[in-house]
Design a protein around this ligand. Structure first.
Ligand code: 13P
Length: 260
């Protein structure tokens, strides 16, 4: 159990994995695992590829699967000539209550900037979707020792002009790029150093009352064997999980650890 009043969160980012039918099966398997071993007091979120969202939404609706649905990206406009994009109101209609934005893969491969992330955050919040806003430094920045100031600057830029009614309307995920999909994890102390600095930045932006209620997650090779160490840190409120979220028993085991 956390020693603060933030509900822990375990969120799965499936990235570009699972076809529609595979995604429905994975969601059903995860639902069965979580129902077989119910865990109270943890918010579980599943973020499938866009084409799988409706199928996973059906599993939540008809199987009463105990998790919420998130997207991996969105555009900030309401509708129009934006080929290939998905608007926040479309995500709402499909059952999403969360959306990942600013993931390092989107920043690195698709040129997403802090300004884009800020526009996406505003559009999502206007539709009552909670952004899971990602930040994190490259290996180069980490080796230069400027990771804390780099991440704080990223957070301040991405949240520029982003208003929230309360801290439950925003989630931050700290994902050091060098630890994503590499099997190389940050230590729990590394995660706390940056997550603590992020909370300080949130304090500056939103004031203590709101900042205290914003969940800050760690992501990067998080798995059942190491998640408890991260969760033991005062400013780490959960995990954003890539690879291990594709195996229902592993993901469910991480949810269980978060409930301890
Ligand atoms: P891995 O857990 O596969 O390292 O991915 C982390 C991540 O990028 C989640 O968004």
């Amino acid at each position: 159990m956390p020693n603060n009043n933030r509900t822990r969160m375990i969120a799965g980012n499936w990235k570009m994995n699972e076809t529609y039918s595979e995604g429905v099966k994975l969601a059903q398997d995860l639902s069965n695992e979580l129902k077989a071993n119910p865990v109270d007091g943890v918010d579980v979120v599943v973020c499938p590829p866009a084409i799988d969202i409706k199928g996973v939404s059906g599993v939540i609706e008809f199987d009463h699967a105990p998790f919420a649905l998130g997207a991996q990206n969105c555009y900030w406009e309401e509708s129009g000539a934006y080929t290939g994009e998905t608007a926040p109101n479309m995500l709402v209609d499909a059952g999403c209550t969360y959306c990942i934005i600013g993931h390092s893969e989107r920043r690195g491969y698709f040129g997403e900037t802090d300004e884009d992330v800020s526009k996406k955050a505003k559009a999502l919040i206007a539709h009552d979707i909670v952004p899971i806003l990602c930040c994190g430094e490259s290996l180069e920045v980490r080796e230069a020792g400027t990771h804390v100031s780099f991440v704080v600057a990223q957070i301040k830029a991405a949240l520029s002009g982003v208003e929230i009614a309360d801290g439950s309307k925003l989630v931050i995920a700290y994902e050091p790029i060098w630890a994503i999909g590499t099997g190389k994890t940050a230590t729990a102390d590394d995660a706390q150093e940056v997550c603590g600095a992020i909370r300080g930045a949130l304090n500056d932006i939103y004031g203590a009352d709101k900042a205290d209620a914003i969940r800050v997650l760690y992501g990067g090779s998080a798995k059942p064997g190491n998640v408890a160490g991260f969760l033991s840190q005062p400013d780490v409120d959960g995990a954003l999980v890539g690879g291990a979220s594709l195996k229902a028993p592993d993901f469910a085991a991480m949810v269980e650890k978060a409930g301890e």
